[in-house]
Write a protein that binds this ligand. Sequence first.
Ligand code: NOJ
Length: 531
Amino acid sequence: MGTKIHPYFSFFLLLFLSPHLSLQSFAQNEDEAEEIKRSDFPDHFFFGTATSSYQIEGGYVEDGRGMSNWDVFSHIPGKIKNDDTGDVADDHYHRFLEDIELMHSMGMNAYRFSISWSRILPKGRFGKVNRRGVTFYNNIIDGLLLKGIEPFVTIHHHDFPIELDQRYGSWMSSQMQEDFVFFAKICFEEFGDRVKYWITINEINLVAIKAYLEGVYPPAHCSPPFGKCSTGNSDIEPLIVVHNMLLAHAKAVRLYRIHFHEKQGGSIGIAACGHMYEPLTDHEFDKKAADRALIFNIAWVYDPIIYGDYPKEMRELLGNQLPSFSNIEKNIIRGSLDYIGINHYTTFYTKDCLHSTCSQGSYRPIKGFFETTAYRDGVSIGDPTGEARFFVVPRGLEEIINYIKERYPNKSIFITENGYSPPQGDGNKVEDILNDTKRVNYHKNYLTSLAKAMRNGGDVRGYFVWSLMDNFEWIDGYTTRFGLLYVDLHTLERRPKLSAQWFRSFLGGNPQRLVKSSSLITNASHSLMDA
Ligand code: NOJ
């Protein structure tokens, strides 16, 4: 493959040499004895950024894309801060080449992104494949491979065709399993010759709580005391939704293994929301509460996938409210993954609610009889961030990896998300947003914690920063900025923040890739990238 210097390159070089962001002066202010280095990680470790379709793409009515649950929801006044929507988002639909170039210039060797289900199947399995949607993702995948960046594809990250909700209630119905497998099959067929790392569904544990317990994500189901929605049952529905998602995942993995793995040789996993929980006090009850919190969040997802059933502690507290797997289903779900994906951002203190007074909702079995807080004796667990529940607690990454290593020995792990957004109080001035020293510190310290966990035997294969660029942060709209790249909300211009420069210097700007990419790229995309 002939390497041609892309016209964007000189532009990016200029940006990285931008005079007002001085990485050197930043480094001099640091008092850490030993800085984390690229060489603290194996050569073939993946360093990437992560995004999801609805959060960055825009182009929501273009080229045959169908309406998704998030399109409909974000257009309901009052659901999202400032009534923001993903209609345009970062306009990645038209700017993906520039975005790939920016990842490359940071030295990233991997990129995790998701496929918009309604761009590929506007009406789910009840309609036709939208070829223009397939072309869009082919171009992204080929564009990445040309730059030596490994694509990690999330098949489903929150957005799905609204048709599936209207027809049968989406994830509340077992029919959604069928639709998901149908969609996954098309992804394997169309992209599997080049995509070697698949993630079936993103954060099933988080979606179930946000959408069916709190009712703040579509389809906004909930019941008191958790919230006021027009419909829903917060005690039961999250459990049904996760059950359907787990089975959808397992059936897609089975399909991949039977029909695609031999020829395509890829691997497949799932990504769960994986925060850490520490006991609020040394009391035995709080220690048990922290264990329960990990079980009700992490083991809820990974015990069935790895061991074939829900954790016994959940069954004890939830009884028949917790759905059951038939023997056939247990056989399908047990062992249905090649690696564990963890989206980790923060650590919570955990308080027992079986023996002490808590808020009303904590007494419901669905909440596991524990409560979380960021404060112990008035002191916060870490520095605050732009997401009210998240605090900066680097040790939590090491702790969660240790937990996973012990509960699921011999499983490799990807940190599929880790990232920082600054508190609102830090201001909106562009120079301040660009000069994101707090984000640099966040990643340095979390990477240090990650390296420690790996030295202690944690089998971690990759680390993905959330996010490549500022984007649509669900119900927070564009008020929260997680990106390494600043995105001007009006012009959509991207500008590297100090953290992007830090990664560039940390990674040495030399992407390493395991698989030789040139042979995988379709001819069509050679002309695309050369254009
Ligand atoms: C996890 C989700 O996967 C992602 O969509 C979200 O933007 C980040 N957390 C930050 O909240």
